[in-house]
Design a binder for this molecule. Structure first.
Ligand code: ADP
Length: 455
């Protein structure tokens, strides 16, 4: 069942139940009121008749019958019977009909003094009338044709009104549910036209206020992120193939050169040396690509422990300096916080070390003095590691792009590298819920700052 029909059905059921309850209530109240009113009329009739008969000397039975039959207020099928204490009928307003009555009914009237009951489809009341020690039982019965036909009219009116009301409610329910779900159908239509080739298409965000507009806005956000991821993937593949093609083309031309004519021993050595360096570059590049792929792949299975940032800084420094002895990492001890706990962060030691190694390596690589200044500081929320160098620096434009895979600034092209390290670092820091920023001046140097939330 569609949501539109479900809403319309629920709405109709609620309104129909309310209408039914009200109609039944109105009918029951009217029926009770009619009955009570009719019994009152019967009582008055019974009292008047017995008073005329007993108290007014001038009125005898025959006259009373005539009066009874000819009063304007005479009721349909009206009968008034008066019995004495021995159940003898002393007056009957009708004489051409056989009159049945039960002795038990008369006894009940004597007992209760007044009863309201039915006789066939007529209403009947019984009254005990006492005068001068005489107990008379008066029974009056009649058919309330006027009241019942009014009630019948009411029943018909309520029944048809109910049917019409339910019909109108269903119609309105379907119409309004359709109206309010219209924007969803539109969104549905727009979404069905989005394919991999037009990921840039966005949904109409309407008034940007209601729930459906917010759904469209959220969907657009997701589409934007998907588009970015898609674009990154595309540029990654094209960059990776480009980077691989250059050393492979160099390898090919070296080999072609070697095959062109017989080589002397020094020439062969030179060609082999070049081949070796190109192969090394290829291996380095493939390793970096593998590392990037693994970082993305395993990022959700990494285990975190509480570790001290200064310990990891020292570990990274030792590892880099022993691999590249001409590099110098100067750690500024003056800012290291006094209490141990201030440098405690939740991190994966080997991944954090990999980030620091990369940043230290870059700082030394891109500066003529091969020196990096490292400062550790803390504030109420973060533990910060700033890596500063006095190297080649970079322009503002480069600063905005260096965290993208394969991006290298033009002034760095003479230095060895693939432009992958910083993008891996950025992903790893993101994994640690931290941030990495760069502040640099072209030709003067750069400062990379890693901020990690401390415990
Ligand atoms: P690689 O150093 O292998 O090129 P990275 O991803 O580590 O790759 O760095 C990306 C780019 O950012 C570098 O090519 C360079 O242009 C710039 N860069 C990174 N660190 C520095 C630095 N300390 N000084 C100047 N430029 C830097």
């Amino acid at each position: 069942m569609t949501i539109r029909n479900r809403i319309a059905l629920q709405f109709s059921l609620i309104v129909a139940s309310i209408l039914i309850v009200f109609s039944v209530l109105i009918y029951l109240v009217s029926a009770t009121y009619r009955r009570e009113e009719f019994y009152d009329r019967l009582k008055n009739k019974a009292r008047t008749t017995v008073r005329f008969l007993i108290e007014v000397k001038e009125v005898d039975r025959e006259l009373l019958k005539i009066i009874d039959r000819n009063t304007l207020t005479a009721l349909i099928d009206e009968k008034v019977l008066i019995f004495d204490a021995k159940n003898r009928l002393i007056y009957s307003s009708v004489d051409d009909q056989v009159i049945y009555f039960k002795a038990t009914l008369l006894d009940e009237v004597r007992q209760k003094k007044e009863i309201e009951t039915f006789s066939g489809h007529n209403e009947l009341i019984g009254l005990l009338y006492r005068q001068n020690g005489r107990d008379l039982v008066v029974l009056a019965s009649a058919y309330d044709q006027f009241g019942k036909s009014k009630l019948e009219n009411l029943r018909l009116t309520l029944g048809w009104g109910l049917l019409a009301g339910i019909g109108i409610t269903i119609g309105l329910g379907i119409f309004f549910a359709g109206q309010s779900l219209q924007p969803i159908s539109q969104i549905n239509q727009q979404v069905s036209t989005i394919t991999a080739s037009n990921l840039q298409q966005r949904l109409d965000e309407g008034n940007r206020q209601d729930e459906i507009a917010r759904l469209a806005m959220n969907f657009n956000d997701v589409m934007h992120r998907l588009y970015q991821a898609f674009e990154q993937q595309r540029s990654f593949v094209s960059h990776a193939s480009h980077e691989l093609r250059t050393p492979l083309a160099a390898l090919k031309s070296e080999i072609q050169l070697g095959l062109r004519r017989p080589l002397t021993a020094p020439e062969s050595e030179e060609i082999l040396t070049n081949l070796l360096s190109d192969t090394d570059r290829l291996i380095g590049l493939t390793n970096s690509l593998l590392l990037l792929a693994r970082t993305l792949e395993t990022s959700n299975q990494v285990s975190f422990q509480s570790i001290r940032v200064d310990d990891v800084v020292f570990l990274a420094k030792d590892e880099l300096v022993s691999a590249k002895p001409n590099y110098r990492i100067a750690i500024d001890y003056s800012n290291i916080p006094e209490t141990e706990t201030e440098t405690l962060v939740k991190a994966n030691e080997s991944l954090l070390k990999q980030v620091l190694l990369n940043l230290f390596d870059n700082a030394c690589k891109y500066s003529s003095d091969h020196t990096a200044q490292v400062r550790i500081s803390t504030d109420s929320q973060y533990c910060r590691i700033a890596i500063q160098d006095k190297g080649i620096g970079m322009s503002e434009h480069d600063q905005a792009h260096i965290f993208e895979p394969f991006y290298r600034s033009t002034n760095a092209l003479n230095y060895q590298g693939f432009g992958i390290g910083l993008s891996i670092c950025a992903k790893l820091i993101e994994l640690h819920h931290g941030t990495m920023t760069v502040n640099s001046q072209l030709g003067e140097g750069s400062t990379f700052t890693v901020s990690l939330p401390h415990l």
